[in-house]
Design a protein around this ligand. Structure first.
Ligand code: CTP
Length: 403
């Protein structure tokens, strides 16, 4: 059911626009409230009178409502909706959405949308198969939109029957499935601190001691926790890696040094349900930072280092019984016994081990080969993308919460 769900239905200029009536009827039957936004071309295929009779609401099409000149606010619609469905979506609308060409009310509404967006393409096979359309659809999918298509999705190898709009009942079923999964998101209501990336320890105004951590594993963990419904506090060292999209439930604090990361984490962790400490924190930092760029003198250069705070160990000490803490260990030798030691010393619930001996694991790669070690034992996972490895780690955390 879709009881009380507020759906913005975008209709564009395709012959399949008549099927929008069936989508509206199905949505309303399931208990949803529907607001139609139609493009100028859409109105050539179906009249706003029919649509407003079905939805019991005026149809929005122009930036200004013609009668009294009031401004139709796409921003308000973006906040009002629980989901936006664009069905049928023509090649032209898909292209404009992918490229931010906001020349009608439907596109401005899409660009302001805070809720998930579902797109049901409708066009002839040649238009659908054109690399331009395929590229735009891929872009929209990368932006986190859901493409609804008959069969197995637009990246399937066969294009037979492609481009035809998915049947209205199936479109509505996809929405129902989305909302039913949302209700059972395993980390809904949980707050999770994640540290990611390297730290930079300043030597002088232009030099630092750092490491090769790319931050990709930490960002993947943040995305996975957010997708599973958690509110994420991401404390991130200097990284150039980007998340695949924006998440309203990820709050990011950027830091540079281990000391800054320590202070941010100490302040955040007490209100969290769990922490995942994925950052490659420098264990040492220069005892003094030169105010001016250090000049070559011809002599040996000695930088005296002092220890940094151990963020994991401090959080492990302040951890309350109901809180969880997950650490990482990157080892080159005696992997398992070193990881076991860290598990106990830092009071982790489990530790994720990557060995630098494994090809494709560790820093700078897009893949990782992990083992999860806890008091219960050891689980080894095959080489996977960091995104998939993040899912294994988060799944393990979900079972720790439930145990
Ligand atoms: N860690 C941390 N703060 C530090 C150092 C490490 O929070 N100052 C965390 C890492 O994020 C990771 C775990 O501790 O989750 C293990 O880090 P690692 O550097 O491998 O452990 P160390 O205790 O520093 O041991 P080693 O002697 O191997 O460097």
């Amino acid at each position: 059911m879709l009881n009380g769900k507020k759906i913005v239905l975008g209709i564009t200029g395709s012959i399949a626009a008549y099927k929008s009536c069936l989508i509206i009827r199905e949505l309303i039957k399931k208990g949803a409230e529907v607001q139609v936004v139609i493009t100028p071309a859409g109105k050539e295929f179906i009249t706003p009178i029919t649509l407003s009779a079905l939805t019991h609401k005026p149809v929005i099409s122009e930036f200004f409502s013609q009668r009294d000149g009031t401004w139709n606010s796409h921003v308000d619609l973006g906040l009002w909706a629980d989901a936006m469905v664009i069905a049928p979506a023509t090649a032209s609308t898909i292209g404009k959405m992918a490229n931010g060409i906001a020349d009608n009310m439907l596109i401005t509404t899409y660009l302001s949308m805070k809720a998930p967006v579902f797109i049901a393409p409708a066009m002839d096979l040649d238009m659908f198969a054109h690399p331009s359309t395929q590229k735009n659809l891929r872009t929209l999918q990368d932006y986190g939109n859901h493409i609804i298509e008959p069969g197995t999705g637009f990246l399937a190898s066969t294009l037979e029957g492609k481009g035809r709009m998915e049947e209205p009942v199936n479109i509505v079923a996809r929405l129902e499935e989305y909302f039913s999964n949302e209700d059972i998101k395993p980390l809904a209501g949980k707050k999770i601190l994640i540290t990611a990336g390297p730290t930079y320890e300043k030597i002088d105004p232009v030099r630092f001691i750092g490491n090769y951590s790319s931050g990709k594993m930490g960002l993947a963990l943040a995305e996975e926790c957010a997708s599973q419904g958690a509110d994420v506090e991401l404390v991130c060292g200097p990284v150039s890696a980007k998340m695949s999209r924006d998440y309203p439930n990820i709050h990011r604090t950027d830091v540079e040094s281990a000391q800054e990361m320590y202070e941010a984490c100490k302040a955040i962790y007490p209100t969290m349900d769990a922490g995942i400490l994925c950052a490659a924190v420098a264990d040492f930092t220069p005892e003094t930072v030169a105010d001016q760029k250090i000049k070559r003198t011809g002599d040996d250069m000695i930088i005296r280092l002092k220890p940094n705070p151990d963020i994991a160990a401090s959080l492990g000490k302040m951890k309350r019984a109901e809180q969880k803490l997950v650490g990482f260990a990157l080892e080159t030798n005696n992997e398992e016994s070193n990881a076991q030691d860290k598990l106990k010393k830092k009071n982790f619930d489990f530790i994720v081990l990557n060995s630098l001996r494994d090809k494709g694991a560790g820093f700078k790669t897009d893949t990782n080969k992990i083992s999860i070690i806890s008091a219960e034992g050891r689980k080894d996972f095959p080489l996977k993308s960091k995104v998939d490895a993040a899912r294994d780690i988060v799944d393990e955390m979900v079972s720790t919460f439930n145990s």
